[in-house]
Design a protein around this ligand. Structure first.
Ligand code: GDP
Ligand code: IMO
Ligand code: MG
Length: 422
């Protein structure tokens, strides 16, 4: 029998590229959609039939009746937030029990992990990362320190394990003199654990590999973006997981030889939420205009997203790290009303110029090239043949720099506002 394949859809910049929208759009073509990294720091927005959902831990394939969704071993999961998210979907008529499996090897985020996240951020003062406060760093740290609690642990002697790790965290928080109160959230958290016990908790790496052997196709849904990757992002202003293509292998338990297409998704401009270097950032009215039109406020935290022009240096670095085979350009409509559009094609610092991602991005400035804006409404367009010349030129410029085709252009938040290029 023909082997199935696994495709990956990866945010290749600083997250919030529109992964949720495109995964949902692609889902009917796949038997399984699987998250391999991150947790409720993600916020993936999906809009269709006048409905809007923001998913944090549950894969964006959940709206299709015939697709199995998997939360893989590389993920971290907060039972309380997961419970709230699952209930919202169940109330909207989606059968979570039937459509979702969770890896027994994924790690739990405890309420005290969130307290630690807040404590460490407070301690860092002006050097804070600007995390989402969801306990991501502390949960992955415990995983690496080999003291974490895994999803499978909730099925056996759980209370003892939970209390031991909670007590360990309490000692650290006391040492830090950090005041916290988790009483309320702990209640919902424990309810969430109860709820999780009623779901299918499985060896998802075996399920996935069996599915591939049966000729089924799988889509790995990225979270965050390549520039937030623990190894390759703008360390230390990064998240704590492997958000790049290697993370697909470790976070789902699949061999690299099983990966076929790698979709690199980016916005027609750049955003970043949280601290850290961002050479293309605009501090002027243009940046404000992009933020306003693009509604660039965090789906999880509501924070202002920092905005700037497209950064091809970062995009090219990410394409290299991930082996991107196709590019997907999102939110093109946000640039509908600009006379000119700039694109960063190099960085400069102290008279030096580079097109390679520097080890330390701090202090590097964008070198921009200017292109003509298209100055027309893209939102009603249905095919590439309707594209204004300036948009086609913009896409051609990106493709030439990257050496990779842009195969999809998104012109609005709704599932239907998606244009496939031939
Ligand atoms: P994700 O984390 O990568 O899934 O992205 P987010 O959901 O955090 O952020 C993307 C935002 O852009 C959401 O509010 C989407 O509804 C919206 N969006 C996605 N594609 C488009 C598009 O082509 N045009 C516009 N205007 N908005 C879009
Ligand atoms: P999606 O999947 C954008 C950022 C945070 C912070 C840094 C570390 O929706 O694209 P963390 O809570 O992970 O320890 O925060 O990473 N960050 C994201 N930014 N989109 C995301 O996810 C993000 N997840 C984390 O803002 O700067
Ligand atoms: Mg998001």
């Amino acid at each position: 029998m023909k082997q199935g394949k696994i495709d990956a859809l990866l945010g290749i910049v600083f997250g919030d590229e529109g992964k949720g929208k495109v995964v949902d759009y692609f889902t009917p073509k796949y038997d399984i959609v699987a998250r391999f990294a991150g947790g409720p720091n993600a916020g993936h927005t999906i809009i269709f039939d006048g409905k809007k959902f923001v998913l944090r831990s549950i894969p964006s394939g959940i709206f299709n009746d015939n697709t199995l969704n998997i939360i893989g071993n590389g993920c971290v999961i907060a039972p309380d937030l997961f419970y709230i998210e699952a209930k919202e979907l169940e109330n909207a008529g989606y059968d979570i029990r039937k459509r979702l499996h969770i890896s027994k090897r994924a790690h739990l985020i405890l309420p005290t992990h969130r307290a630690l996240d807040r404590a460490y951020e407070t301690l860092k003062g002006k050097n804070k990362i600007g995390t989402t406060g969801k306990g991501i760093g502390p949960a992955y740290s415990d995983k690496a320190a080999r003291i974490g609690i895994r999803v499978g642990d909730i099925l056996d002697n759980f209370e003892e394990k939970y209390n031991a790790l909670k007590a360990r965290h309490a000692r650290i928080l006391d040492d830090l003199n950090y005041e916290y109160d988790i009483a309320e959230e702990e209640k919902t958290w424990l309810e969430g654990v109860e709820y999780m016990r009623t779901l299918t908790l499985s060896d998802t790496e075996i399920e996935i590999n069996n599915a591939l052997a049966e000729g089924k196709n799988i889509l790995a849904e990225g979270a965050q973006g390549s520039m937030l990757d623990l190894d390759h992002g703008t360390y230390p202003m990064v998240s704590s997981s492997s958000t790049t293509c290697g993370g697909v292998c470790t976070g789902l338990g699949v061999a690299p030889t099983k990966i076929d297409q790698v979709f690199g998704i980016f916005k027609a401009y750049s955003t970043r939420v949280g601290s850290g270097p961002f050479p293309v950032e605009l501090f002027d009215k243009t940046g404000d205009k992009i933020r306003e039109i693009g509604h660039e406020y965090g789906a999880v935290t509501g924070r202002n997203r920092r905005c700037g022009w497209l950064d091809l240096v970062a995009l090219k670095y990410a394409a290299m790290l991930n082996g991107v085979t196709q590019l997907i350009m999102m939110k093109s409509d946000v640039l509908d009303d600009f006379e000119t559009i700039k694109v960063c094609t190099a960085y400069q610092k102290d008279g030096q110029r580079t097109t390679d991602m520097p080890y330390d991005l701090n202090g590097w400035e964008a070198v921009n090239e200017e292109l003509e804006g298209w100055n027309c409404d893209l939102t009603q367009m249905k095919s590439e043949s309707e594209f204004p010349k300036a948009l086609s030129d913009y896409i051609a410029f990106i493709e030439k720099y990257m050496g990779i085709p842009v195969t999809i252009v998104s012109v609005g938040p709704d599932r239907t506002a998606t244009i496939i290029r031939n």
